[in-house]
Write a protein that binds this ligand. Structure first.
Ligand SMILES: CCCCCCCCCC(=O)SCCNC(=O)CCNC(=O)[C@H](O)C(C)(C)COP(=O)(O)OP(=O)(O)OC[C@H]1O[C@@H](n2cnc3c(N)ncnc32)[C@H](O)[C@@H]1OP(=O)(O)O
Length: 232
């Protein structure tokens, strides 16, 4: 994505942030994974009120330990030496964010993107099914990654969802996205989530707009957050 990299640097311009070293990233990814387990346990626990209160006090103490040294902003890591960065705490795909499932996005040979993921009960909306807003969040990220993979990244301007069937949690899901059209600063992309039987549960179409200046014609040129670059 060498041509894309320069555009990405401008579209998702953020203030300069210190990149996280690999050892700290690995340690915090492990911490986030444990906190995900904790969150899932909180949602499903059936302990008595006294035990819940005791655990709450311990968790408060742990939060105080982490807050003893804070970064002003969420962490990033650099990809290569060209200024492109990954947002390690992206709420969809960031391994360092306990709120993120996380969803790992890969390039596909057809120029699109794909992910396989499982959502647990933390993301429940209607009983037994994934919250529609969570599906929208995953699809927005995936569609944005498809626009980036096409070399035409942008800000989400429109996001249309069609919920065809309920999306179950606790089972393997797949999602794919691909650009259908790009004109000027606008890029359109389509995406679907499918259940384990391969049937579509949610369809989405989005339009992304590349902010003015992102083509390198004098717009912002700060460091860049690319959401979370697809791995592949
Ligand atoms: C690997 C990396 C993966 C990254 C994935 C990231 C996924 C996540 C992406 C997000 O969540 S982004 C956050 C949610 N989106 C926003 O917060 C966007 C907020 N809105 C904006 O920043 C601006 O409104 C925007 C950049 C979208 C457009 O501002 P502009 O000043 O560039 O638009 P302008 O007014 O010049 O209009 C340009 C054209 O776009 C049209 N337009 C602008 N906003 C529109 C809109 N919202 N919907 C439909 N059309 C829109 C507008 O009518 C016009 O059409 P025409 O050229 O045909 O005349």
């Amino acid at each position: 994505m060498s041509g894309t990299d320069a555009v990405m640097r401008r579209v998702f311009a953020v203030r300069e942030r210190e990149a996280m070293d690999a050892a700290t990233e690995a340690a915090l990814a492990g911490l986030a994974a444990r906190v995900r387990e904790l969150t899932e346990a909180v949602v499903h626990t059936a302990v008595d009120p006294a035990e819940a209160a005791a655990v709450a006090a311990e968790v408060a103490a742990l939060a105080a330990r982490l807050n003893a040294a804070r970064r002003a902003e969420p962490p990033i890591a650099r990809i290569g030496g060209n200024g492109l960065v990954r947002q390690l705490a992206n709420p969809v795909s960031g391994a360092l964010n306990p709120v993120a499932p996380p969803v790992e996005i890969e390039f596909t040979p057809d120029g699109g993107v794909r992910t396989a993921f499982t959502l647990n009960g933390v993301y429940e909306g209607p009983p037994s099914f994934v919250h529609g807003g969570v599906s929208a969040m995953v699809l927005d990220q995936l569609l944005g990654a498809a626009a980036a993979a096409n070399g035409t990244p942008g800000m989400t301007a429109t996001l249309e969802l069609r919920y065809r069937r309920p999306t179950p949690w606790g089972v393997p899901l797949t999602a794919t996205a691909k650009v259908s059209r790009a004109e000027g600063r606008k890029t359109w992309a389509d995406a679907v989530i499918a259940g384990p039987d391969g049937r579509t549960t949610v369809e989405a179409t989005a339009m992304f707009i590349m902010p003015v200046g992102a083509h390198g014609d004098g717009g912002s040129s700060g460091d860049v957050a690319d959401g979370d670059a697809p791995r592949g």
